[in-house]
Design a protein around this ligand. Structure first.
Ligand code: SF4
Length: 371
């Protein structure tokens, strides 16, 4: 039919300024980083460092901690020093905590200069202190806390209102020659959020921190974030992401990494390709897929394992994967690298797949392909 070939890639990445959040570069050609925020009291140094360690082990690149009190500000120096990943202090209204966070060696500060200006105009001093230490600032505009002036002008938190607010906040720092900024314009509606980021991406070259705010419990928040981030990242927009879930922060990291892996923006780790099952299935596909997933949990190599319920698509998918099973008649044909290596009874499918997966993983590790 003469169908032209299409490139297997996303749109070219938007050209943003690169800045350094501690050891992690954000923007420019740096890989899209994944962030989360601790849920402990920051003043509880032990609990906060424990949660940061869990996040680090899950693959978190940058962590943010809230700083609403003096006790929290006092804890920042120890946390910033002992954390294995860069720590961002999240501050609202109180300029004294911004200075404390900069002094404490935090890798960046999230603060909205509009709030500071309103209460105690210390923007010039913050710009000076942040410049002197090379501490970037994230301006985080949020639909829920949009400036009253803009709410009156636009009627509600429209994309235009969010972007105008962000650019105005930036201008408060730019007046003092400070441009080490990244921006977020979060909204709980993915359509508004995507529109706001698209608009913002055209209006400035600051790196963008993507987030759907108050995205909800794990299931809904995952879908909302994946939909919105997918739309933006596939257009090359977004330099760092935070999935917000009403769930433990490590779950946010898992979802964020999966989104990036699905878009080919991160090395893949284990991928289970399993069919949804249907009236043709001759084995319990859900159970098989669950057991294989559980058995291979934590595997770091980029292994693709297919678990298929019958011979319609089974052999094709199993052959395409590194390892797979095409089931039928109470048996499973086990494929490794495109070849059938054996046929086993249904009761042996899971253990055979796990056994073969471990052999392949070992081989891949020896060949140096672990991600
Ligand atoms: Fe149905 Fe077979 Fe396809 Fe699974 S592989 S969805 S059982 S047709």
């Amino acid at each position: 039919l003469g169908i032209p070939s299409v490139p297997l890639k996303l749109a070219e990445r938007r050209k943003s300024r690169k800045l350094q959040v501690g050891s992690v570069a954000v923007g420019g050609d740096a890989r899209v980083s994944v962030q989360s925020m601790t849920t402990t009291r920051t003043s509880d140094i032990g609990a906060t460092l424990q949660q940061i360690a869990e996040l680090t082990a899950t693959g978190c690149d940058i962590v943010r901690v809230a700083c609403p009190t003096q006790d929290d500000a006092d804890a920042l120096a120890t946390i910033a020093k002992k954390s294995q990943i860069p720590v961002i202090a999240d501050i609202h209204f109180q300029p004294k905590y911004v200075f404390a966070a900069i002094d404490a060696g935090c890798a960046a500060v999230r603060v909205n200069p509009g709030n500071i200006k309103q209460f105690d105009d210390k923007v010039a001093e913050i710009a000076k202190a942040a410049s002197a230490t090379g501490t970037p600032i994230r301006i985080g505009v949020n639909a829920g806390s949009l400036d009253r002036r803009l709410l009156e002008k636009y009627g509600k938190a429209t994309p235009e209102a969010l972007v105008e607010s962000a650019l105005w906040e930036c201008s408060l720092f730019e007046e003092h020659g400070f441009r080490d900024i990244k921006i977020s314009v979060k909204h709980n509606d993915p359509v508004v959020m995507v529109s706001a980021y698209r608009l913002l991406a055209e209006k400035c070259d600051y790196p963008l921190h993507l987030g759907v705010t108050e995205a909800g419990p794990a299931f809904q928040g995952t879908i909302k974030s994946a939909t919105a981030f997918g739309a933006l990242l596939s257009q090359g927009i977004g330099d760092t992401i935070r999935v917000s879930l009403s769930a433990p922060p490590a779950e946010e990291i898992k979802v964020g990494l999966q989104i990036l892996q699905s878009l080919g923006l991160r090395e893949r780790t284990l991928e289970i390709v399993s069919c949804p099952s249907c009236g043709r299935a001759q084995v319990d596909v859900y159970k098989l897929a669950e057991e294989v997933t559980a058995g291979l949990d934590g595997m770091e190599v980029p292994l693709r394992v297919a678990v298929m319920g019958c011979v319609v698509n089974g052999p094709g998918e199993a052959r395409e994967a590194d390892l797979g099973v095409a089931s039928g008649n109470g048996k499973g044909q086990i494929f490794v690298k495109g070849e059938v290596i054996k046929t086993v009874p249904e009761s042996k499918i899971v253990e055979t797949l796990i056994e073969e997966a471990l052999k392949l993983a070992e081989q891949m590790e020896q060949d140096g392909v672990a991600s």
